[in-house]
Design a protein. Structure first.
Length: 639
């Protein structure tokens, strides 16, 4: 999860979205007959325990711009319009319930003021916060809201449930790092948290940040023809994302902590929804916090913004273990998205249904793979049985049966389907030019695609028009026809992240790539949290191999705290070794990790302080000059 940039920085009025076609209207109306819309239990549970909210529905970022504004979603009333799948409309309405909610005695949640929830547990003398939202502005607003309704006490601890930014990014809005270093405030996290939190947002962060604009629809106007939801919540708050490293790490299932008189028991869940994750049981309150391993949606096994594929087998086993450990002694289950579930039997049924869903997807995907079906064929065949698939909490509001099945195939078998024709295809631009030429040229392809559009075959129109656009990005008619097809697909889909993907594609085909700074994943806190090894790993990722061809450089890095690294550029790769000093170095850097990080992030625009370099400083400048600076707004739907 990545924080979105400020989404209202458009240069010109965008091309207006179009109406739903008759075929889209018909498909959306059919949804009412397929699902139990008469069941209003979720609407009751989502409002249970409501204590109050921010009357304006909005709060500012530190620089004065708007960080959060629920007023943009006031259109989410009544029946679903033609341009929104009714099931998506339903979850979008549920995610509008916002404010402070009492879960049970001494346990509260702030929901609907960011993509993720903040859980507040009242200790004997202070409060313990479980997850702290995306930005410091959102976290601060959430805690202020809590203090408007409950006694003001100091924050004595923050617990991170897992390594995604929407659960730790707001930490500097609620605690001071100096208090953590002094021991006044604890920060607790699962094993591997810091490594995973930093690596995910840095190593592939630029690509992930650009793609997140599609997944969350951050640049789409909230409207019946634009962004309506993000599945786990409305969207992400905008503002400042931070990170304070944990002072206490949970290493194994069954570990316990007593914090300010409150008992916490932890169940490790690595490789489920995040590489580093844990569930939390509070026996005094009979509350189980499942972090993000159960929510009111089929979750992602692969997230569309890009991330490591998650382990469906580990996920279902984790839920099974949670049921066995805590099911018969839990009165309420909460998560760090969506609303709680109350009642022991209801909780067990809910968790068991989600467990069975992940196991069904895992087992059936592999059954079909072992029968010779490809990733795409498997995704088209698998449907959840009605006994679990028509439960509201198993609908595809974030993950989907289709792309989760593909994720399972990818995890076990990778991208190649073993058909040699697919082993070495041409790159998209070259392949598209050849396809269009074979099909008789752009005009012929477009004429046939328009016929397919009129028949409602929008998937095929998007496929073939993508070829025309990649063959000739300047073909405006082709761009518009592909945009029209993507738009109708967006209007029809139940999944809000799919809707955002389709509508962002349509938006950029019609309007071009917005001139924005994009998502900055390399925040100062993230860089500061990186170990020297991670910094050098990232340096190797940024090294431009062709520029480095034939170059050889040897540098020793002395940190001044006893640590040292030998760094060698050879064969266009950067090799480093901790604890060694290489012979005959071109230069020696004597600088702290933070100084080295500043040099690394400055790239070509920053030179090392001469007083901290001995030897040939030109070789240092040359090496850092070979590091690429990534464009955060690269093309996606065009070349």
């Amino acid at each position: 999860m990545l924080a979105a940039p400020f989404a209202h920085a458009q240069q010109a009025a965008p091309v207006p979205a179009k109406d739903a076609t008759a075929i889209t209207r018909q498909d959306n109306l059919a949804v009412y007959k397929e699902l139990p819309f008469a069941d209003k239990t979720d609407f009751e549970d989502a409002q249970r325990g409501f204590m109050g909210t921010i009357p304006t529905g909005t709060f500012k970022a530190d620089d004065g711009r708007t960080s959060w504004d629920l007023n943009k979603y006031n259109f989410l009333k009544g029946e679903a319009p033609d341009t929104v799948n009714p099931s998506l409309w339903r979850i979008a309405q549920l995610n509008m319930f916002n404010g402070l909610f009492k879960v049970t005695d001494r346990v509260y949640q702030v929901r609907g003021l960011d993509l993720a929830n903040m859980t507040i547990v009242e200790g004997d003398t202070g409060v313990i916060l479980i997850d702290v939202m995306v930005t410091r502005e959102a976290a601060r607003a959430a805690l202020d809201l809590y203090f408007q309704h409950r006694p003001k006490k100091p924050v004595v601890a923050v617990i991170y449930t897992h390594s995604h930014a929407d659960h730790y990014g707001g930490v500097r809005g609620v605690i001071d790092e100096a208090d953590v270093k002094s021991g006044k405030v604890k920060v607790v996290a699962p094993a591997g948290f810091l490594q995973e939190a930093v690596a995910e947002n840095i190593f592939a962060g630029n690509a992930m940040g650009r793609r997140s604009l599609y997944q969350y629809g951050a640049l789409l106007p909230p409207s019946t023809r634009g962004q309506v939801d993000a599945g786990l919540g409305k969207t992400t708050s905008a503002g400042n994302l931070g990170l304070i490293p944990p002072s206490d790490t949970i290493e194994k299932t069954g570990d316990t902590r007593t914090i300010d008189g409150v008992q916490f028991e932890f169940q490790m869940a690595p490789g489920t929804e995040a590489p580093s994750e844990m569930l939390i049981y509070m026996p005094q309150f009979k509350v189980l916090d499942t972090a993000e391993d159960t929510t009111h949606t089929l979750h992602n096994l692969y997230t569309l913004r890009g991330a490591q594929v998650r382990d469906a087998a580990n996920w279902w086993k984790t839920l099974n273990e949670a049921i066995l450990r805590y099911g018969n002694r839990t009165d309420v289950v909460i998560a760090q998205h969506h609303w709680p579930t109350w009642g022991q039997q209801k909780i067990v049924n809910y968790m068991a249904d989600q467990r069975d869903m992940f196991k069904y997807l895992h087992d059936q995907s592999l059954r079909l793979a072992n029968s010779g079906y490809t990733m795409t064929e498997i995704a088209e065949q698998i449907q959840l049985p009605d006994s679990i698939g028509k439960k509201w909490y198993n609908r595809g509001y974030y993950g989907s049966v289709n792309h989760d099945a593909k994720a399972i195939y990818q995890r076990y078998l990778g991208w190649y389907d073993s058909n040699p024709a697919n082993l070495h295809p041409y790159p998209p631009e070259e392949e598209s030019k050849r396809f269009v030429d074979f099909m008789g040229g752009a005009d012929a392809v477009m004429a046939k695609a328009k016929q397919s559009f009129d028949k409602g075959d929008y998937r095929w129109v998007a496929t073939v028009m993508n070829k025309v656009v990649f063959a000739d990005p300047s073909n405006k008619a082709a761009r518009n026809l592909e945009a029209d097809a993507l738009e109708q697909l967006g209007y029809q889909t139940e999944n809000p992240t799919w809707r955002n993907e389709y509508l962002m594609g349509a938006f950029e085909l019609r309007n071009g790539v917005p001139k924005l700074k994009g998502v900055n994943t390399a925040t100062p806190d993230a860089i500061a949290a990186m170990s020297p090894d991670l910094l050098l790993d990232y340096m190797g990722i940024r090294l431009n191999g062709p520029k480095a061809d034939g170059k050889h450089t040897v540098i020793n890095w002395v940190l001044g705290d006893g640590r040292k690294y030998g760094i060698e550029l050879r064969n266009s790769v950067l090799i480093y070794t901790e604890g060694v000093t290489l012979a005959n170095p071109d230069a020696t850097l004597t600088m702290s990790k933070d100084d080295f990080a500043g040099l690394l992030m400055g790239g070509q625009q920053q030179q090392a302080d001469a007083s901290k370099v001995s030897g040939n400083s030109q070789k240092v400048t040359e090496l850092f000059g070979m590091l690429d600076r990534f464009d955060p707004m690269f093309n996606i739907v065009t070349t």
